[in-house]
Design a protein around this ligand. Sequence first.
Ligand SMILES: Cc1ncc(COP(=O)(O)O)c(C=O)c1O
Length: 417
Amino acid sequence: MKKQKDFKNTASRGKLLFPLVDSSYDNKEILNCISILLSGQLTMGPRVKEFESEFSKFVGAPYSIMVNSGSSANLLAFSAITNPARPRHITPGSKVAVPAVCWSTSLWPIVQTGLVPVLVDVDPQTLNLSISSLKASLKKHDIKAVMMVHVLGNSTEMGELLALVKENDLILIEDTCESLGSKYRGRYLGGYGDFGTFSFYFSHHMTTIEGGMVAAKNEEDYDLLKCLRTHGWSREQSNKEELESKHKDIDPRFLFINMGYNLRPMEIQAAFGLEQIKRLEMMNFYRCENVKKLKRAFQSHSLWKGQLHFPLPTTDLDPSWFGFPFLINQELKEGREKFTKDLMKRGIDTRPIISGNMALQPAVKFFNVDLSMGPFEGAQQIHEKGFFVGCHSKPLDDERIHHLVTIILETVIENTR
Ligand SMILES: Cc1ncc(COP(=O)(O)O)c(C=O)c1O
C-alpha cells in the first residue's frame, strides 16, 4: 500500500511514475571514466580496442569497429558498400529497400552515400519489414541492397529475408541498433548481413552514453571501415608498411589512402561500455522478463477485453525487447496526441514505434526517396495506433506492473470509440 502511495506522489510531483528508460549504470562505470580522465589517454586508444574485442566475443562477430553513434555506424556501413575500394560495391543511384518504419538515420545514410531508398511496407503484427512488400519491390525495382531495420528487438521472417538476399544477390545491412541480444536460430542479429550496426545511446540495451558499433565479417572490410572511420588515413591498416613503402614521398603519419570521416569514439565511452557489456546479458534477461510479466498482467486484468495487440516474435526469433510495444485495436477518439498526453498526465511516458510511418516525414520530400511501393498501410497502422512503454533493465515488481497496466487500460478505454 505504501508503495502504491509513493507511485502516486511521484507522479504528482511531476516526476514520472513510469519513464521510458531506467538508468543502467553505477559506480563502476563512473570510476572507469575517472581513471581514463586521469590517465591522459582520452582520444581513441587501447580501451576502444578492448571494447571492440569484447563486443566481437559477445555477438560472435569476427570484427567490430566502434564509432561515436549508431547513426555513424549506419553511415560507415553505407560508405563501405558504395566505396570503389571494396570489391563488392554498388554505384550511385542504386536502389536500396528499407522498411517504412525505421529511424531517420537508418534512411539518410542511404541518401548521403548517393543511393536511392525504396520504402517498403511493414507488417503491423511484427512491426518489421513485410516480406511480401519486399518481394513486390524486387519485382518492380532493380534493388541492389536491403537495409533491414530490426524494430524494437523483433525482426522480420529472417529465413525468408536471407533466402531473398541470396536469390537476388543483394547486399544486406542489418540495423540492429534496437535489437542487441536478439537471436535468430541461436545466432545474434547483426551477424547475418554484410554489416551489422549497433547503437549504445543512453536508452539502448547497453550504453556508452553515446556510441555505436559496426560488425564486419572479413579483414578487408575491417580495414576499409577503420580507414573511413578516421580521415581515410593508413595508420590502422593491416598492410600499413606496404602502403607506406609505396609512397615514400609522403609522411606516413599523414598518408590518405581513401576518403574518410571522423566518426571516432572516445576512451571514456569504451570504458563505460566495458562495464556495461559485463551486465548486458543480465539486463537483457530482465527486459524480456518484464515484457512477459507485463503481457500476463494485461491479459489477466479485470479491465482486459483484448483492447491491445502485442507484436509477436517472428519464426525462430528469440527477441531481446527494446521496449514494451502495443497497438490499440480500436480507433482513438481524438488521435494519438490526446492519448499520450493523458498517459503523461498520469506519469507514464510513451513514444511512437520508432517514429511511425517515415513516408509522412516532411524531410522526405527534399530528397530522392522512392515512395512508389506505397500506400504503406502497415506502417500507417503503426503510425496511428502503435506505442511503446519502457521495459527497463532491472526487475519490475508485480505491484508496479499492476498499477501501470491499470492506468494504461483505463486510458485506452477513455480514449477509444
Ligand atoms: C533503428 C535505429 N537505427 C539507428 C539509430 C541511431 O542510433 P544513435 O542514436 O546511436 O545515433 C537508432 C536510434 O535510436 C535506431 O532506433
